[in-house]
Design a binder for this molecule. Sequence first.
Ligand SMILES: [Zn+2]
Ligand SMILES: [Zn+2]
Length: 221
Amino acid sequence: MTAVFTLVEIQPVELRGPPPLQECRERGCTAPGLVECAYADSVGRPCGTQWCSHHARRIGMLRYCRRHASTVTALGSKASNPRLLPPVDHRGASLVSWICTEGFPTLNQAVVSGLREGEVIFEDRAVNVVHPEGAGRRWERGWRIGDRTGITCKVMICVDEENDALVSLKVNDTALAQGVPPWITRRRLGQRVPPEIDAADRRQFYSFLVGFIGRALAARR
Ligand SMILES: [Zn+2]
Ligand SMILES: [Zn+2]
């Protein structure tokens, strides 16, 4: 009898299971990265990095990588609007927030010293997103000065969409100074400096800003 069918031996292939678990992205951590950063930017691009439950940062119901946890925190309630979220690899919102927080004592003092009689400060608690006509988005936070007639002056720390390392100081929407913070420049150059040099860099950076703020507010008199 002839067989009515033919059996062909199939070359054995390696059985594929689920993709191997990645390690947590935190340097030096070898725990499995079971938590994926929940961040997706305004065009829906996800961060996709994976972290162990210890190194993922929880904000509300979601968990994020360090960078996006600081972006979401910087934006406060605005982070719930996807259109306001910076691109996945853009540090603008968190950089603005960092400068306003770390530099607060010196920068705030400069603004207070520049008040005219009857003026008060309305300080931003979160980073705002502005969309100037014909330009990319801008993340900014700062101090609005006002009196009984309304807002008299704005002092803003800003980062534009096109360059997420370049910080501008704007007073009434005029850029007075612009620069890359020293800690970012050093990181880009791969320079590690002792803490006292880093602290001196930062002091100098903030004192530049203070100088510009002081002169701009004094010029209003
Ligand atoms: Zn970890
Ligand atoms: Zn992330």
